[in-house]
Design a protein around this ligand. Structure first.
Ligand code: ADP
Ligand code: MG
Length: 324
């Protein structure tokens, strides 16, 4: 195929992804229509991936596409929302080639199927900067039930889903060429960096159970710190309880916990809940086949702290990833 125009590109690669959405009009209109069912509210969120910041030049187009959807699905998951549809803005530094676009669209199609998510429109533009993929995601919750960051109370317990540090470990391996750790462990860390797993089934079950929740994108400590701040409480995390992804002790030795809790790119759900809800939380974890670990407690005060086994605070050089 010779280089298609912007419109041919949309018709060929993106319109097929919008087929299942009547309100997307086959990507032939200026805008789309989204309608939540009666009694539901729309939950709206956006996350962009920039080459060199959120993915690497050599990452496969297919996983870059899927990560762009998954980081947004992770936000919906943490809010207890069910995926509905998304918009896709692509800023391309130059013509990426038909193969790249086909693989990119294939990745989108795969995760659309997996998560029940449908393309509703977007924009395509050239840029003098690096490749940028911006997704705006729409989900639904029963009216009034979106999980919030505000709401943690002294006496609550703190939990996290899945494993922590995998994204940070994976990106280090991609940049440093696997420094002497077994290939199957290195591959699993890279997989976690490229393909985080949005915890949608768990998130939906946390509605009405969690007192506060958010997705862990910048680092467990930084993100739980956001809950502490908007909830007006202190959160103490026990280092020994943090569920480290396998292989990080080999990669980071004695610094594994400190690095894992501040690395970012994990896309797990961190949340708080009253101690009386502990059994229900564990049941929600079982029913959604998602590991959940109790990692700390909410107290009066402010800020976030990582504690060692003797109850002393472990000093951290930084709380998480920041862009500026
Ligand atoms: P306009 O310039 O008039 O806003 P566009 O030419 O940008 O319209 O878009 C035409 C149609 O294609 C719209 O329905 C838009 O939502 C869709 N579209 C454009 N780029 C993308 C993209 N990257 N992904 C999905 N849909 C897109
Ligand atoms: Mg446009």
């Amino acid at each position: 195929m010779s280089r298609p125009s912007e419109f041919e590109l949309i018709a060929r690669f993106f319109a097929p992804l919008a087929k299942a959405a009547p309100g997307a009009f086959g990507l032939t209109d200026d805008a789309a229509i989204l309608r939540p069912s009666a009694g539901e509210e729309l939950v709206v969120t956006a996350d962009a991936l920039v080459e060199g910041v959120h993915f690497l030049r050599d990452d496969p187009a297919e996983t870059v596409a899927r990560k762009a959807l998954r980081v947004n699905l992770s936000d919906l998951a943490a809010k207890g929302a069910k995926p509905l549809g998304y918009l896709l803005v692509l800023a391309l530094p130059d013509w990426p080639g038909t193969d790249w676009l086909a693989a990119f669209a294939k990745g989108l199609a795969e995760d659309q199927r997996k998560y029940g998510f449908v393309l509703h429109g977007g924009d395509t533009t050239a840029t003098p900067g690096p490749l940028c993929i911006a997704v705006t995601a729409f989900g639904t919750v029963p009216a009034g039930q979106m999980l919030r960051r505000a709401g943690a109370r002294p006496g609550d317990l703190a939990f996290v889903s899945g494993g922590i540090g995998g994204g940070g470990g994976g990106v280090q391996i991609l940049k440093n060429n696997r420094p002497g750790i077994p290939p199957e462990i290195a591959d699993e860390l890279v997989r976690r960096y490229r393909l985080p797993e949005p915890r949608l089934a768990l998130g939906a079950k946390l509605r009405g159970l969690a007192s506060a929740a958010l997705d862990v994108s910048d680092g467990l400590i930084a993100d739980l710190g956001h809950i502490a701040e908007v909830s007006g409480v202190h959160i103490a995390v026990e280092a020994a309880r943090v569920p480290l992804v396998a292989g990080l002790k080999e990669l980071w030795a004695g610094e594994a916990v400190a690095k894992a809790v501040t690395a970012g790119d994990d896309y797990e759900i961190a949340f708080t809940a009253p101690a009386s809800a502990r059994a229900q939380i564990l049941e929600a974890a079982r029913q959604s086949a998602t590991p959940v670990t109790e990692i700390g407690r909410v107290e009066e005060g402010e800020g976030i702290a990582l504690m060692d086994a003797s109850g002393r605070e472990i000093p951290l050089p930084r709380q998480g990833y920041t862009h500026f």
